[in-house]
Each structure stands twice: as C-alpha cells, then as structure tokens.
Design a protein around this ligand. Structure first.
Ligand code: FAD
Length: 371
C-alpha cells in the first residue's frame, strides 16, 4: 500500500519545476514529465530577471516580493541557480523619463521595492559601465538575477535526492482520473496532476482551452540576443526608459508626458533590458508580438534598435552578438488574475499564464497552489 501521496507534474519549465520543489517540501512523491529531452521553452529563453521593480502595487507586488524571498532561500540552498541580488537600474535618457522615475521613487511602496532615485553621477557610481548620456536613474535593490539556462537542471539536482523522478522525453497524451499516460503508452498513477504546459495549448491541453479563455490567456513572442563577454562587470541589470511604458508600477501621471517612442520600438513594442550573464556575456532584449500566427523569422530592425539603445547607455560598442533567439510565453490578459490556475477536472490543476513575470513569480505561484 502506498502511504505517501504522489503528484505528477507535467511540464519541465520553471512553473512545473517550482511545483515539484513545493510538492517535495510538503513531503509528496513527485513524478515529473517533460516532452523534450530538456525544457527549451520560455524558462530557458528569458533574462533570468527576478523583477520586483515594475510590479503593480498590491497583489502583484506582494507575489513578486514573496517570490523574491523564496528565490533568496533557494539561491542559498542551490548554488547552481547563480542567484545574485544585483538590483537594477532603470535609466532615464531625458527629463520626461526622469519625471516618471521621480514619481515612482515617491510611491508609498517605494520602500518595499527598495527604490532610490539617482543623479547621473550616482548612476555611474552604482554601475560604472554606464558611460553614456543619461538624465538619471532609478535603483531597485529588490531586483535580482538567476541564470536561466542553469536553473532547471540545478533545481532537479537539488530534488534528486529522494522521492523525485524526472522523466524527460515523455509527452503526456492522456489525463485520466488519478493517472496520466505519456506518448510511449506508459501510465503514471498519482493522487494529483499539476499541469504546467507553458504556451503549449494543443494536445492534452486542448480540451481545457475553455478554462484558459476565462482569463484571456494568450501567447506573446519576444526577440532576444546574447553577446560575447563584456570586458567589465555590469553591476546591476539595466532597463531603458521605454520599459516605463510597459510596467504597471510606472502607470503614473508623468507617463502620459513621455516623448514619442522611436517608430521601430513602437512597432515592435520594444524596451531595452540588459543583464550580464555569469560568463560575462550580455543578454539583451526584448520585443513583444501579440498577433498569431507569429512571424517565423526575426526582425533585424528591432535588433538594430536594441543594440543602439544598449550602446547609448554603455557609451561604447557592445561585444559581438553571438546568439539570437525568440521565445513565447503565455499570459493572462483579462481580469485581475496574475496567472491562470483552474481545476478543469477533479484532481487536475492547470497552472500557466504568468506572462513576463513567470520566472520571477514561479516559486510563489507554486506555493499558492499547495496552500
Ligand atoms: C524571451 C523571454 C524573456 C523573459 N524574461 C523574463 C524575466 O526575465 N523574468 C521573468 O520573471 N519572466 C520572464 N519571462 C517569462 C517567463 O520566462 C515565463 O513566464 C516562464 O518561463 C513560464 O514558465 P512555464 O514553466 O509556464 O513555461 P515553459 O518554460 O514554456 O515550460 C512549459 C514546459 O511544458 C512542456 N510541455 C508542454 N506540454 C507538455 C506535455 N503534454 N507533456 C509534457 N511536457 C509538456 C514544454 O515542453 C515546456 O518545457 C520571459 C519570457 C520570454 C519568452
């Protein structure tokens, strides 16, 4: 007779993996299935930003702050995550952007975000690699960085001691009461199924699309690139003024007075985010495409724009670009939910749709599932 409850987690991305962590912490046995040989979705294609700064006041900020605490704990237990409490600098290029930063620094929850408004000299003192023209910056000490290509294997290594079975290369094709079947025909018995399919809405998820529609879950495609190592350290993550247009924390009176965006940035909904990887390379992005079917090719003008923005902030050429890729995430787009969780059948929990905050919030989302 099996005494310990067993959970099958479907999806080897950060949401599935954090659910595996949360389940093991509560003493459940976990069987973890991933259709690819290694997860290759949004969770390994992102910046690795644990991003508190731009979150909407209230529930979204609270979720991000709780996740930040959990990332800190995990970072101490799992060195392979390369968790770094590096903070971020959102840099204003002109007075209009600076006014938004000033209003953000005066928010009632600025202390929780650990915001500090910096003049140009203080920006350079905080991050000496930023030698370009700038009007000021907003330091957010609550922001942090992990290495997205290492997080999933590192967490699985941490889980592997006991009670955890990782089964890559298994696509789940059928979900029945208390069991799932993978494409090899093998059945996996369990007490609970946690389905974290990311942006895969066909196959076994197809019959649950009505649930996803309730939160307007949609897919978003982004363009990214990575350079050869920069010769010096970028001490913080960096965002440009275009990021003020997208993050809800900056929905402040001065936002309506921002100068028009460069046409290519407006067309591709681009903002500059720049993070230094542990090996010194710079991950640079991003763009946002909402209309499906998505382009199957990449937009060179968007890359040229992001490169120019990065070089304007650094006041120098970026190292040669070594890699370019796209990524797709799923996000809730209607109502107040921060992500989608439903129980489409007894004993089956579907969790997806955290959007651009999924890497940040995954540990807290998993915690909420088991609460
Ligand atoms: C370019 C980019 C940059 C981003 N930057 C950040 C950032 O810096 N910070 C942040 O907080 N968020 C960021 N995000 C968002 C974040 O990456 C996502 O929200 C998050 O990774 C979603 O995780 P997930 O596990 O739900 O999805 P995924 O990573 O897509 O994982 C889902 C997994 O499920 C598997 N799967 C699907 N169906 C089945 C099946 N039937 N059987 C078995 N396996 C299945 C898939 O193969 C996949 O591996 C970014 C996203 C992108 C695309």
């Amino acid at each position: 007779m099996r005494l310990t409850q067993r959970i099958v987690v479907i999806g080897g991305g950060v949401l599935g993996t954090m659910h595996a962590v949360a389940a093991r912490r509560r003493g459940y046995e976990v069987v973890h299935l991933e259709r690819e040989g290694e997860a290759r979705g949004a969770s390994v294609r992102n910046f690795g930003l644990v991003w508190v700064s731009g979150r909407r006041a209230g529930a979204e900020l609270a979720l991000a702050l709780r996740a930040r605490e959990l990332w800190t704990e995990l970072g101490a237990a799992v060195p392979g995550l390369r968790f770094r409490p590096a903070g971020s600098l959102t840099v204003a290029a002109d007075d209009a952007e600076l006014r938004v930063l000033k209003e953000a620094a005066a928010l009632p929850d600025a202390v929780q975000r650990d915001f500090e408004l910096l003049d140009p000299g203080a920006v350079r003192a905080a991050n000496p690699a930023l030698r370009g023209e700038l009007a000021g910056g907003l330091l957010c000490r609550a922001d942090a960085i992990v290495e997205p290509r290492q997080v999933l294997p590192a967490l699985r290594g941490y889980l592997a001691r006991e009670g955890y079975e990782w089964l890559p290369g298994r696509e789940v094709t059928e979900i029945a009461p208390n069991a799932v079947r993978d494409h090899t025909g093998a059945w996996h018995q369990c007490d609970l199924v946690v389905l974290c399919p990311g942006a895969a809405f066909t196959g076994v998820v197809g019959r649950y699309r009505g649930y996803l529609a309730r939160d307007g879950v949609r897919r978003v495609r982004l363009q990214m690139m990575q350079t050869a190592p920069l010769a010096e350290r970028l001490t913080t993550a960096v965002a440009d003024g275009d990021s003020l247009r997208y993050y809800p924390a900056y929905d402040l009176p001065a936002r309506s007075l921002l100068l028009p965006q460069a046409p290519v940035a407006a067309r591709t909904r681009a903002q500059l985010l720049m993070v230094q990887r542990a090996d010194g390379g710079l991950t640079i992005g991003d763009t946002h495409e909402y209309d499906e079917p998505f382009a199957f090719d990449v937009d060179s003008d968007a890359y040229d724009h992001l490169q120019a923005r990065a070089e304007a902030l650094l006041g120098a050429a970026i190292p040669p670009v070594r890699r370019r890729w796209t990524g797709v995430y799923s996000e809730v787009s209607t109502g107040a939910a921060l992500y989608h969780r439903s129980e489409p059948e007894p004993g089956v929990v579907l969790v997806t749709g955290p959007g651009g905050r999924g890497m940040t919030c995954a540990p807290a989302i998993a915690e909420e599932t088991f609460r």
